[in-house]
Structure formats: structure tokens, C-alpha cells
Design a protein. Structure first.
Lengths: 363, 129
């Protein structure tokens, strides 16, 4: 918000004070005035103000009394008191008690008032920034908590499975079963490795600096496809890609890779093997402002009750074959970081469609 | 030697496979039934009703849909006649003290056993109950 739009409420029982204030600052700020404290309270209900100026000497209640009254309900608004010389001790008292940010001496002069408003606005912004940072910090802490909790599970569970198999294998003399156990160990190691790679991706995405480069979607998709085609669960899946890119597109290649990797891997993992022709259709449409990506499959689909939860950290939908619940969370985080959106439509048993829009980042 | 009927509840197909084998191989189990969903297991138990033999349940903690503690919450409400036939052990790789304390505090959980399952430990715990 520029200075010009700072919404200010000015209360003074003397109409001509309001008029002259308005006349002086009307072009500079967004000013609302009233001669009544009752009306002032109604105005506060209706509109968000950043600064309130109030005259100290008013009938019904003084400026300080008015501030005391509204302080708890509107703690964010910066309060400035306007006083004549006779009321200076009341003003000092109010400042010391924290009721007002500062006071303006009557008759006020232009620079002094402008200065007070500028400072008040700075204080307001600083407090708001601090509040936002605090919210971010709180989110980061909660995530860390969740992370430590789930990591202890997702890192230890596959290890304990391996230990379980080893214990079992030690009871076994038959060589054929031994090989079966080794195969299980391999799968468990793979699962653990996938989780570790995901965690690293998450941190790269959350904490890393984004690197903007020209994106060749054909190349990116080919790369991602190469990593999945030897997966044991690949089966007889058909992947068709339709990439429509006639102009350069700039974005963060690493984040896009994370997005494609997770979505395509999920589509491979959750294919419906009972269907005769499992497929993934990948559509990419590049326009000057944005790239639209559609990943469609005829896999198992996602139950309606899970659809709004699948992007949460460590949320796992369904009991069979599910991973650690971090993949789609990372996808969502990456898309948010890129300023894009993701939409899902899915019918359980029929398949899923993920629609993504990524804005072009100017280089 | 104690021989028991066992129900395994774990979302990991993997762990179900390992522990089913281990329980049978060790000779401790008469029968082993496996469920990859706590919900399904609960349905089975309620349907069996008093027909259910004396059973030991080995219950995983972290599962999607219904986790181990949520299973215990539901289990608490079923009839005493069925509950009396069941002994529940939690079997988890968790090292979170909050989980461990919560399991210890629950009247419906006999104990928390760490993964991987040690048959000797299970035997010892069963001998004490």
C-alpha cells in the first residue's frame, strides 16, 4: 500500500478542523471523518483503518477514553491524539500508558502531521511484517514437528522391515527362500531411498534459491520418462505425450522436474492393473503467459473424501501400495513457489486428472 | 509352550508377510490372520463376535485411514464379551515417546513391542498376562 491509500479515520467534534484536515490531506490519504465517537465506532466496524486521529477534548468522551475503549477490539490500528496545550499532561500520560502512539499539538502544521502519519504507517507495516513472519515461523515449526515425527517412522520402518527379514532369513536353510528374502530387502531399501530423495527434494524446494532458466518441455519430459520406464511396476502402461511449445518458457527447472516426477510416478504406481489398457496422457500447452499441464490417467482414482487432503504433508490415501505421503505435498509446495495452481478431478475406480497452471517467470 | 491365534494389522504388505511367516515358523501361532486395514480388521472382529477364539492382536501404529490408536478408540466400544477374548499388543517402529507413553497408558493395550518383532519377547510378555 502506498502512502496515498493509507486509510485514516479522524474524529473531532469541531467540524471546521475536520474540513481543514481533509482539504489539506485529501489528495495524500484516504480520509474518513466524523464528529461523533459513536459514529466512529460504527465506521470502524465497516472499514479497515490503519490510523485513527482523535481530538482529546470532545463531548461524550475524551480522545484517550475513546482509544481505551477501542484498543482491545482494534489492536492493530495506530492511534494518534490531537491536543491543545491545556491537555498536554493527559497526552503524555496516554503515551506512557501505551494508549496512543504519539500526539499532535494544536494548531498542527502540515509537515508535523505528515511526519506523524508516515511514522505511524511504518510502525503499522513493521508490526504486520512481524506478524506475518511469526505465522511463517509457526508453520515452519509445525512442519518440523510433523517432519521429525514422520521421519522417525518413514526412515525407521523400512529399516526395521529389513531387520525383520534378516531375522527370518537366519531361520531359513532353503536357498530359494533366501533369494526371496533378498528381493524383499531390495524393495525395502528402494522404498527408503525414495523417501530420502523426496526429503532432499523437499528441502531443495523449500529452502533453496530458485534458478530460472529456459525450459524445453520435450527434454524435461523425456528425462523424467527415462527414469520411470524401468520401474518394476511400469507394466504394460502406455504413456502418450502431447507437447505444444512454440515459444521459449522461463521457469525453475528443478521445481518442474519435481512436479513431473511425482505426478508421473504416482500415475505409474496407482495404475489399475485390472484395466486392459492402462495409460497416462500428458498434455503440455505453452502460451506467453503460462504453461498448462494436464496429467490424466485411468488408474485407481482417488476417493472423494481424500481429494482435498492429498496435498497435506504425510497424508496417505488408501492402505495398499501407498508411499510416505510426501510426494504430492512437495508437488503442491513447488507449484505454490512457482506462483501456479493445481486442480484435481478424479473418480474413484476410473482415473484421475491433475491440471496445473504455471505462470511464465520473466528472466 | 503357548500356541495362540493371531491377528496382524499393518498397512505394510511387506511387514504382514514377514511377521506372518515368522509367527508360523516359530511355532507360536496356531493361526495367523492378516489385515492391511484397521477398519477391515475391526469389521472382522465385530462380525465374528463371540465365535472369535482367544486372540492376540499385533497392531501397527502408523496407518492411513485408521491408525493404531484410532483402532483402539473404536475397539474400546465393542462388547466386553468379545473384548475379553482379545489381547492387543502394539507393534511399531516408532521411537516417539508420546506414542510410547500413550500406548502404555491405554487400558486396552497390553504393551508396545518394537519392530522388528522378537518372538521371545512376545512369549515373555504373554506369560505375564
Amino acid at each position: 500500500m502506498s502512502d496515498k491509500h493509507i486509510p485514516i479515520l479522524y474524529i473531532d467534534d469541531e467540524e471546521h478542523n475536520l474540513q481543514s484536515f481533509k482539504a489539506t490531506f485529501r489528495k495524500q490519504y484516504n480520509i474518513t471523518t466524523t464528529t461523533s465517537v459513536i459514529e466512529a465506532e460504527e465506521l470502524l466496524e465497516k472499514k479497515d483503518f490503519i490510523i485513527i486521529l482523535a481530538d482529546q477534548r470532545m463531548p461524550v468522551m475524551t480522545g484517550v477514553q475513546f482509544f481505551e475503549k477501542i484498543r482491545d477490539k482494534y489492536p492493530k490500528i495506530i492511534r494518534i491524539l490531537i491536543t491543545g496545550h491545556a491537555d498536554i499532561s493527559a497526552a503524555i500520560d496516554a503515551i506512557n500508558k501505551g494508549e496512543v502512539f504519539r500526539f499532535i499539538d494544536k494548531p498542527w502544521d502540515y509537515t508535523y502531521v505528515e511526519n506523524a502519519i508516515t511514522h505511524a504507517y511504518e510502525i503499522y507495516r513493521t508490526r504486520e511484517d512481524l506478524r506475518e513472519r511469526n505465522i511463517e515461523l509457526q508453520k515452519a515449526n509445525e512442519e518440523l514437528d510433523k517432519f521429525v515425527y514422520s521421519a522417525s517412522h518413514d526412515l525407521r520402518a523400512p529399516l526395521m522391515s529389513i531387520l525383520g527379514i534378516v531375522n527370518l532369513a537366519l531361520l531359513e536353510d532353503d536357498v530359494v527362500s533366501q533369494n526371496e528374502y533378498l528381493d524383499l530387502i531390495r524393495k525395502s531399501v528402494k522404498k527408503l531411498d525414495t523417501f530420502i530423495i523426496n526429503i532432499i527434494d523437499y528441502y531443495k524446494n523449500a529452502r533453496g534459491v530458485s534458478v530460472i532458466s529456459e525450459i524445453d518441455f520435450e527434454e524435461l519430459v523425456t528425462e523424467v520418462r527415462a527414469t520411470i520406464q524401468y520401474l518394476p511396476e511400469y507394466g504394460n502402461l502406455t504413456i502418450t505425450t502431447n507437447i505444444n511449445q512454440s515459444m521459449p518458457f522461463f521457469s525453475d527447472a528443478m521445481k518442474l522436474r519435481i512436479i513431473f516426477n511425482n505426478l508421473i510416478n504416482n500415475a505409474v504406481k496407482f495404475q489399475d492393473i485390472s484395466k486392459p489398457n492402462p495409460f497416462i496422457n500428458l498434455n503440455i500447452d505453452v502460451s506467453p503467459l503460462e504453461t498448462r499441464i494436464i496429467v490424466e490417467d485411468n488408474g485407481t482414482g482417488i476417493r472423494e473424501i481424500d481429494q482435498d487432503k492429498i496435498f497435506r504433508m504425510f497424508y496417505r490415501a488408501g492402505a495398499t501400495n501407498s508411499g510416505s505421503g510426501i510426494g504430492l505435498y512437495i508437488v503442491h509446495e513447488a507449484i505454490v513457489k512457482l506462483g501456479g495452481t493445481i486442480k484435481i478431478s478424479s473418480v474413484y475406480g476410473e482415473g484421475s486428472i491433475f491440471e496445473i497452471s504455471i505462470p511464465s517467470t520473466s528472466k | 509352550m503357548i500356541i495362540i491365534d493371531i491377528i496382524l494389522i499393518d498397512d505394510s504388505a511387506f511387514d504382514l508377510f514377514i511377521y506372518e511367516k515368522l509367527l508360523i515358523k516359530s511355532g507360536i501361532a496356531n493361526t495367523v490372520k492378516t489385515f492391511n486395514s484397521a477398519q477391515e480388521a475391526l469389521k472382522y472382529i465385530v462380525n465374528q463376535g463371540v465365535m472369535l477364539p482367544e486372540t492376540v492382536i499385533l497392531l501397527d501404529l502408523q496407518m492411513p485411514d485408521m491408525n493404531g490408536f484410532e483402532f483402539i478408540d473404536e475397539f474400546a466400544d465393542i462388547s466386553v464379551a468379545i473384548k475379553n477374548k482379545i489381547k492387543i499388543f502394539m507393534l511399531s517402529s516408532t521411537i516417539d515417546t508420546r506414542d510410547i507413553e500413550k500406548a502404555k497408558a491405554s487400558p486396552d493395550i497390553i504393551d508396545m513391542l518394537p519392530k522388528p518383532l522378537e518372538i521371545d519377547l512376545l512369549k515373555k510378555k504373554l506369560a505375564h498376562t
